[in-house]
Design a protein around this ligand. Structure first.
Ligand code: ADP
Ligand code: ZN
Ligand code: MG
Length: 477
């Protein structure tokens, strides 16, 4: 039978601050040399004390402001105790009862909370001689955790929410949010049930791409449904995603929250938002850039198709390039449509040649700038370039850079819109095609299109087709 799936997401993101969460070490978990960005605080030497990174708090509050959440006036940190080599203090500093951010919404999904914590060290079990190694460069890196309500009911919505969140974090400059670098980590909680009550959820980890998030959810829905159909029971467990086999696998049973012995961190002061002017609702709101949802709405209003709006809005380079073009073109909406068409089908085609993975790529536009692209669009609008000529000029701009008008002149691609310059070509075509001319005069309309084509050929593609047609009609009248 079919069951109703329910999904809630938990997303961690490393914040792109200069320094770590509770010490002044450089925040650079990717540093090639292990254990270089470390100090007595993040190595948990006895007698050291943490001091909270204000910039990290500011970033989480801005995320909350962008989500339309309720921001806490009072907040505090807590200790979450557990024992593992990647957690040198024997506890993680996190937030439990008083997160900075509660409620809010993104891409139609209700947010439960966003809180701040510290990242763990990175352990590797591939050390020489069958040993484990720990790199503390990541220990103490500021990490935000966002939790959604269990309000998602299909894989695609979950994937789209995660994509939208990545774009939001990048737009805010909160996090680089690359999944493949672990800067953004997604866990999916999945359950199925026969009715509106919730079934037992399974938490799935190791989701390294948005596609994996969607596939893992689909896989779990099918697995749990089959299990229930066969009279089995779903257990509350943590499962992993096997990227090679494209299936989930059992990792461990879930610990209850009581095991963590949460209690307020005694070494850090309580936080009152009113103490810092930049943390006020007004200041945070005023600091927000245009958010991805608004960018998309703006593109739709310009006449972009849904998928194209996402394609452009979700990639910072693409978006900035395109916004630059529109800014250059100003209010002339007729050029906007041309700009969209040439950007989506032609320039993005050229750009796609130098990038591979659309999900991760940042587009590059070779020698083309927003300004030169806008100049090209204006030339098309003013009939100085045919669409064929524009494509050729654009390819040359991409390859070598430069001004479209100069390129078009140098390559003989300027569209000729001077009647005197085209009349000879038109007469030549009429003389060379007496049969077609006769048929046309006898009523066969298609002949005219043929003669326009021949005239284009005769002008080596430089003739303005509308004008050629006009001249032909005059000659044939
Ligand atoms: P836990 O106490 O096990 O950590 P939480 O209530 O904190 O569970 O929820 C963790 C995540 O699981 C949230 O994203 C929440 O939306 C989601 N979740 C909770 N219950 C369910 C359920 N029955 N099915 C799917 N997801 C759920
Ligand atoms: Zn440190
Ligand atoms: Mg929980």
């Amino acid at each position: 039978m079919t069951y109703r799936p329910t999904i809630g997401l938990e997303v961690h993101a490393e914040l792109a601050t200069e320094t770590k969460m509770f010490c002044r070490c450089k925040n650079d978990p990717e540093a090639s040399e292990p254990n270089t960005n470390v100090c007595p605080v993040c190595l948990a030497h006895p007698g050291t004390l943490p001091a909270a990174n204000r910039d990290a708090i500011h970033r989480v509050l801005r995320v909350g402001a962008a989500l339309g959440s309720k921001l806490a006036d009072y907040s505090e940190f807590d200790r979450k105790s557990y024992f593992y080599p990647d957690i040198p203090k024997g506890y993680q500093i996190t937030q439990y009862e008083y997160p900075f951010v509660a409620g809010g919404e993104l891409a139609g999904v209700a947010i439960t909370r966003v809180h701040l914590e510290e990242d763990t060290a990175r352990s590797s079990h591939e050390g020489a001689g069958n040993t484990s190694e720990v790199d503390f460069n990541r220990a103490g890196v500021p990490l935000m955790e966002l939790v959604t309500e269990p309000v998602i009911h299909d894989a695609k919505t979950a994937g789209n929410f995660a994509r939208e969140l990545q774009q939001l974090l990048r737009t805010l400059g909160a996090s680089h949010a690359n999944l493949e670098k672990g800067e953004m980590r997604i866990e999916a909680n999945i359950s199925v049930s026969k009715d509106d009550t919730f079934g037992t959820k399974v938490e799935v980890k190791n989701l390294n791409s948005f596609r994996s998030v969607e596939r893992a959810i689909e896989f779990e829905i099918a697995r749990q449904s089959k299990l229930l159909d066969e009279g089995g029971k779903v257990l509350q467990e943590t499962w992993g995603w096997d990227e090679v086999k494209q299936e989930t696998f059992r990792q461990r049973s879930k610990e209850g929250s009581a095991d963590y012995r949460y209690f307020p961190e005694p070494d850090l002061p309580k936080i009152l938002r009113s103490d810092i002017p930049e943390w006020s609702d007004e200041a945070l709101k005023a600091s927000l850039p245009e958010l991805p949802a608004s960018v998309r709405a703006r593109y739709l209003a310009l006449g972009m198709k849904d998928d194209d709006a996402i394609f452009v809005a979700y990639d910072t380079t693409r978006r900035e390039f395109f916004d630059g073009v529109i800014a250059e073109l100003g209010d002339d909406t007729s050029t906007h449509t041309l700009a969209i068409n040439y950007f989506i089908s032609d320039l993005s085609g050229l750009a796609a040649n130098v990038t591979t993975d659309t999900e991760r790529s940042t587009a590059t536009y070779g020698g083309v700038t927003s300004e030169s692209f806008a100049a090209l669009i204006r030339m098309v609008k003013e009939n100085k370039l045919s669409s064929r000529g524009a494509k050729d000029v654009l390819a040359l701009m991409f390859e070598k850079g430069g001004d479209p008008e100069a390129i078009a002149q140098a390559e003989g691609l300027m569209q000729v819109s001077d009647p005197a310059a085209l009349e000879a070509a038109v007469r030549g075509v009429i003389e060379a095609n007496p049969g077609v001319v006769e048929e046309y005069k006898a009523g066969k309309e298609a002949g005219l299109q043929f003669l326009v084509g021949q005239s284009m050929k005769a002008t080596k593609g430089a003739g303005n087709p509308a004008l050629l047609k006009e001249l032909l009609l005059k000659e044939l009248a």
